[in-house]
Design a binder for this molecule. Sequence first.
Ligand code: NAI
Length: 484
Amino acid sequence: MRKIAVAKGDGIGPEIMDAVLKIFYEAKVPLEYVTVEMGKWVFDKGYNTGMTPEAKQAIETLGILFKGPMETPKGKGVKSINVTARKTWNTYANTRTFQTLHGVDTVFSKAEIPIDITVVRENIEDTYGGVEHMLTNDVALSRRFITRPGSMQVIKYAFEMAKKKKARRITCAHKANIMKLTDGLFLEVFQEVAKDYPELKSDDVIVDDLCMKLVTRPDNFDVIVLTNLQGDIVSDLCAGLVGGLGFAPSANIGDHICIFEAVHGTAPDIAGKNIANPTALLLSGIGMLRHLGFMESAVNIENALLYTLEQGIHTGDFGNKSIPAKSTTEFAQAIINNFGKEPQQGAKALMKDTPVTETHFQLEKNPMLESKDSATEKIIGVDFFIESNEQPVTIANKCLRHGGVKFKLINISNRGTQVWPTGSVYTNLVNQYNVRFESIDDSPMKQQDVLGLYVSLSGDFKICSSELLLLLGDKRAYSLAQGQ
Ligand code: NAI
């Protein structure tokens, strides 16, 4: 028997988890469950990570967490338990599969356009670092981290998965036309990894264009890999294509620990009524069985689910309204009654995945700390983000006094748009400017030089934050202002 950790979650979590575990029990899935304490009620008991130390220990020992949705208490300054769990255990790839399910009517199923899309979303980085500051009363800043090793591990995973799935196409979606350094890096890594998979058709698309194409011809896409926030939005869009959040499973894959859960939340509006749809959690559980190599159980349960949906059996949130809706427990029982049956209309579940060989070892060092890139680094200037409600020319005149013999003032921008030395009177200004200084003769600077300038400038302005301007090799490692 393989032991896994189970957290039932909040809201509808316990109802749908009980339904899924009953299906697993009746299907004789060889799993043993260790129930762990996680969720809002654990926050309420005073654990600010939303889980007890025993729960953390059990999950780290067992390597697999099957979880129901969990509520994040609002306005108490605590971080989402779901995001904390994904980040703490480095589950770097969030995989969500969206397939046409017969019996779940959508505009695409009616038009006979089949959908089978897997979205692989980077799960750790991006604005989900939650590193945010108010720079002035009116200006908030979020730091967006996209790293080479972080992008590499999720993109490699996506290619491996696409190869195993015999995907027709793997697409990188991004906004590298605007965010040239962050999304540009993600795209660059994608193109680098693609060279190792010549048998796979790979391409890229700008994320807004992808959204338009997904709602017109979703059947043109197969595997899509994206950064965290864009992936979050696009995967909910894809859930809508196949019938809504009730049909969206997800797997958070890491090298040591994997978390399987539904995409939807705790549905507080229907909690405790025994009417929630357990399909998304069941599909997540089926994905977990495949991951663990329990193919026969996965195929048996998936076929019974597909057959049940095809029969028009449904919970209240979907399906033919002229057929009375089943409760959560009745819906689960209908699936159990259909064990051994196969769907007639759509594709039946196949033993298509090769079992993953689980590796269980503790992280002894952090391989991502070592950069493989050995480009020489030169400090050639600094950006200071200052608070001021004065006009750009007044700020420039003050800044010009501080450059000394080492620095020259290059430009001033406001919300990323250059406003000095050239600009437009029509640019709207907020009380936070970026003043950019570079070394006078392009000679490399020391951090001490930058600190000297910092001290001098702080006599005139409140400096909210600063960034070094670097040259990595011969590449400029910072963005230009709009209009610079
Ligand atoms: P939600 O997904 O819980 O609900 C949105 C709507 O979908 C509601 O009308 C709900 O009744 C319906 N719905 C969701 N799942 C359903 C199901 N299985 N069967 C039938 N109807 C279903 O999203 P909401 O309201 O934004 O979030 C509620 C709570 O869930 C929040 O505290 C949020 O932080 C948490 N949440 C947790 C997640 C997780 O644990 N992975 C993911 C998303 C939200």
